[in-house]
Design a binder for this molecule. Structure first.
Ligand code: NAP
Ligand code: F7E
Length: 325
């Protein structure tokens, strides 16, 4: 059988690293777009670096995307690169728009010009639902984004559909709810908590500083979610899918569960709430309905909330112990 080729933008990120592993296990030839940084940040892909092909490029630079397409000639393109941290989108709203919104158009243009038969996956987000219009949220729920990041993702979502309708490209949106892992960036609340709990457990710090503890999220495991991305591109027709567990928890509950893993009962004394960490506009409550993905793709999440928290706390304890050696 001919070996399939995939190009992943954002391969150095959480999802990119899991997706690269998954596609390698399916015998794909994997190409990854990486932007220049003053120090290399290949931490998440170093275990597979000799099996993948890295191509320099940036979502801000049209020519580099066109070159990446010409070089890789992919059957599938996964656009995972973005300025993905919601809080930063208020301090860098224009840059967020350039990466997270216009970057999608640049990649679609490169595909249209170089390899229009390539199938395209866009990393859309539950942040598009924002101030939710109904519960649970599904593919037909109207959007009301609450951050420059959410607004940029709504643009990315529609331009993906527009290239499908305008040019007949095979483009899909995965509307993914929050998904986490030991590879999650330290600035996101789940990892901030599990890393903080591990540090407290190992007596390396005395507290964690958090913002809004009441916000609720539908948290799944990133390793499960990247499989859904691939499944979407194996369908006969392009379409958009919500990917979620269908269960949500507050930040408070996540922290409680994380302290529970290390047997700390009086955990509240280790958490400080800082008003500085509250957002100008909050997304209070998200819970996804992924019935369509379950029916059409046969996708379902395997890792439970409890298992996810345990996995992340234990991985952070191991990491800190390893780093102290
Ligand atoms: P992440 O860990 O923050 O990774 C983002 C990736 O994008 C990194 O590889 C980063 O490269 C790359 N990148 C950023 N700006 C770039 C640019 N201008 N040019 C080229 N590459 C650039 O994000 P993630 O959690 O894996 O999420 C993957 C995608 O899914 C993102 O689009 C995110 O917005 C979206 N999403 C995530 C979730 C979630 O819960 N994780 C849910 C819904 C949607 P560097 O390593 O060089 O910074
Ligand atoms: O915040 C609250 C915060 O930054 C979750 C991205 O992957 O998922 C992610 O976006 C909640 C918010 O993720 C802290 O106010 C409290 O309500 O972990 P987060 P996010 O904003 O949901 C979506 C689906 C994406 O698409 C994004 O790319 O937690 N919160 N205290 C805090 N959040 C952070 N970061 N830090 C705190 O101290």
């Amino acid at each position: 059988m001919v070996q399939k080729r995939a190009l992943i933008t954002g391969i150095t990120g959480q999802d990119g690293s899991y997706l690269a592993e998954f596609l390698l296990s399916k015998n794909y030839k994997v190409f990854g777009l990486t932007r220049r940084t003053s120090t290399p940040n290949y931490e998440r892909i170093k275990h597979i670096e000799d099996k993948i092909n890295l191509i320099p490029g940036d979502l801000l630079d049209q020519q580099s995307l066109t070159s990446a397409l010409s070089y890789s000639m992919p059957d599938e393109v996964y656009n995972l690169a973005a300025q993905s941290f919601v809080a930063t989108s208020w301090s860098q709203p224009v840059l967020t728009g350039e990466f997270t919104a216009l970057g999608v158009t640049r990649m679609l243009e490169a595909i249209r010009q170089i390899k229009p038969e390539a199938k395209f996956y866009q990393a859309s987000s539950s942040e598009m639902f924002g101030k939710v219009k109904e519960t649970p949220q599904h593919e037909k729920t109207p959007f009301h984004p609450r951050s420059p990041y959410g607004v940029a993702k709504v643009y990315g979502y529609w331009i993906t559909i527009n290239y499908r309708e305008s040019y007949g490209l095979f483009t899909v949106n995965g509307i993914l709810f929050n998904h986490e892992s030991p590879r999650r960036g330290l600035e996101f609340v789940t990892r901030k908590i599990t890393h903080g709990v591990a540090r407290i457990f190992l007596r390396l710090s005395n507290y964690i500083e958090l913002g809004n503890l009441d916000a609720k999220r539908d948290w799944g495991f990133a390793g499960d979610y990247v499989q859904a991305m691939w499944m979407m591109l194996q369908q006969k027709k392009p379409d958009d899918y919500v990917i979620a567990t269908g269960e949500n928890h507050s930040v408070f509950e996540f922290a409680q569960e994380a302290f529970e893993v290390v047997g700390i009962k009086n955990w509240k004394k280790y958490v400080k709430v800082s008003k500085e960490l509250f957002r100008p506009a909050e997304v209070d409550f998200l819970i996804g309905d992924s019935a369509k993905a379950r029916k059409v793709l046969g996708w379902y999440p395997k890792v439970t909330f409890k298992e996810l928290v345990k996995m992340m706390v234990e991985a952070d304890i191991d990491l800190l112990k390893k780093n102290s050696r």
